[in-house]
Design a protein around this ligand. Structure first.
Ligand code: AP5
Length: 209
């Protein structure tokens, strides 16, 4: 049987969001991205958004209790999901376990050089949220969204300095205990995220069967 409660782990820019969209459509379950949820809170200037913004701008993790409450509300009553960006540390993994079981955890592996190359070339549509890459998946017309023709923008945390901090502070420091946690539960699968989008997608699909 194909797993339906999925967690994606990996460094920034390893393709979690790109693959989460595809996997969620394939499985018919919601794609839940804490990054997208937080950016929407920031944009709407909610209390949570105002609390989160400084952490996000600096490339640091938003405090666990703020993110946990948000994700708890989003997951309640849902029977399947592709979770993209949560958990980010062992504390969040333990919180998640109190809310739901997880069938499979995919860990995308990508080297630092390629992370920086991909994130420097990432452009997003501020209107519909579609994610492009000037090298691997450029828009058809210069800097315009293919679907809604809105001018594409660069995420404010995709600067070289903040990318380095996201890799070191959010990922390298936190990933080890989480991998151990999920390895013990026998749900962890490693994915080589170096290939093109289609080949990574196929590897992820195989890992869910
Ligand atoms: P979030 O938005 O989750 O950022 P992230 O984890 O750093 O991940 P990214 O969105 O940068 O990368 P991705 O792996 O999704 O890659 P993508 O598919 O876009 O979080 C933002 C912030 O919110 C955090 O910094 C933190 O402050 C806060 N936050 C979020 N969750 C939190 C939590 N749980 N707790 C506390 N704080 C939290 O791909 C990248 C680019 O590469 C794109 O251009 C894409 O087109 C391209 N690409 C993708 N795959 C390939 C491929 N195979 N080949 C070539 N190009 C590719």
């Amino acid at each position: 049987m194909t797993a339906r409660r999925i967690v994606l782990l990996g460094p920034p820019g390893s393709g979690k969001g790109t693959q989460a969209v595809r996997l969620a459509a394939w499985l018919g379950v919601p794609h839940i991205s804490t990054g997208d949820l937080l950016r929407s809170e920031v944009q709407n200037r909610t209390t949570l958004g105002l609390q989160a913004q400084g952490f996000m701008d600096r490339g640091e993790l938003v405090p666990d209790q703020l993110v946990a409450e948000m994700i708890r509300k989003r997951i309640e009553g849902v029977t399947g999901f592709v979770l993209d960006g949560f958990p980010r540390n062992i504390n969040q993994a333990k919180i998640l376990e109190t809310v739901t079981a997880v069938d499979r955890v995919l860990h995308f592996q990508l080297n630092r050089e390629e992370i920086i190359r991909r994130l420097s070339a990432r452009r997003v549509c501020p209107q519909c949220g579609h994610v492009y890459n000037l090298i691997s998946s450029p828009p058809q017309h210069d800097n315009l969204c293919d679907t809604c023709k809105t001018l594409l923008v660069q995420r404010s945390d995709d600067t070289p300095e903040v990318i380095e901090r996201r890799i070191d502070v959010q990922y390298a420091r936190e990933i080890g205990p989480m991998l151990e946690f999920y390895r013990k539960r026998n749900v962890l699968r490693e994915i080589d995220a170096q290939g093109d989008i289609e080949s990574v997608y196929q590897a992820a699909q195989r890992a869910l069967e």
